[in-house]
Design a protein around this ligand. Structure first.
Ligand SMILES: C[S@@+](CC[C@H](N)C(=O)[O-])C[C@H]1O[C@@H](n2cnc3c(N)ncnc32)[C@H](O)[C@@H]1O
Length: 225
């Protein structure tokens, strides 16, 4: 990873206002449901009973993450997020639901993914990443060519990259980047449609309220890139 990539992050950590419950969850539940980093997470070892292993990047407060993990108990999910209140919130959800197929990692996903083994993940989910709308901030966007290339490396052949956003111009940029990367092929003609497994999130509802259409993309790693 070059110097620029390490200094330009896709997030800003603001002074976190944790509720008592979130703080307690981080203190008491992260040692149970959290995954240390380094070393690079080994999803097969984390979820030995799961048929598939999926990584969600930037889960926010985890409302979609929790619902998806409940709906697919045979799939192992690793959620990566840097925002402490969101991690605390989802830790409480995991405990309340008694989920054995969802673990969390509080760290920069770019660094975590760069440490992961080739062809080791069945799918990556990215729901409503920060759009960084100002042009001078576009370099902060998570889904840029270098990171998408790395996701392609870590996906198993046939593995899925799924992304949803309410920011059309960001969606168009990612569509163009993925289309240019030979490791991927679009599983739809253009935008993904009819995706029913993803529950709605706060950011999706806000986008819809503000009249922004939701764009989804689903690309697959080619078996022979
Ligand atoms: C706009 S929020 C969307 C949250 C959630 N996916 C949803 O739809 O409600 C984007 C989230 O991505 C997280 N994020 C941004 N860059 C990240 C990174 N490099 N590693 C982990 N999390 C990141 C932010 O902390 C933030 O919580």
């Amino acid at each position: 990873m070059d110097e620029i990539h390490r200094t330009v992050r896709s997030y800003v950590i603001r002074a976190a206002r944790l509720t008592t419950g979130q703080k307690r969850a981080l203190d008491e539940l992260y040692p149970v449901f959290g995954v240390p980093f380094p070393p690079a997470p080994n999803l097969q070892a984390l979820f030995p009973a799961s048929h598939r292993q999926v990584v969600e990047i930037g889960f926010g407060n985890g409302e979609a993450t929790l619902e998806i993990a409940k709906a697919f108990p045979d799939t192992g999910f690793l959620g990566i997020e840097v925002h402490p209140p969101g991690v605390g919130h989802l830790l409480n959800g995991i405990r309340q639901e008694g989920l054995a197929n969802l673990r969390l990692l509080r760290y920069d996903a770019v660094e975590v993914v760069s440490a992961m083994a080739d062809s080791s993940v069945d799918a990556f989910h990215v729901f409503f990443p920060d759009p960084w709308p100002k042009k001078k901030h576009h370099k902060r966007r998570l889904l840029r060519s270098e990171f998408l290339t790395d996701l392609g490396r870590v996906l198993k052949p046939g593995g899925i990259f799924y992304f949803a956003t309410d920011w059309e111009e960001y969606a168009e940029e990612v569509l163009a980047t993925l289309t240019a990367l030979t490791v991927f092929e679009n599983t739809f003609e253009s935008w993904a449609t009819g995706v029913t497994w993803r529950p709605s999130t706060r950011f999706e509802r806000r986008g819809l309220q503000e009249q922004r259409p939701i764009r989804e993309l689903q690309f697959q790693k080619r078996s022979i890139p």
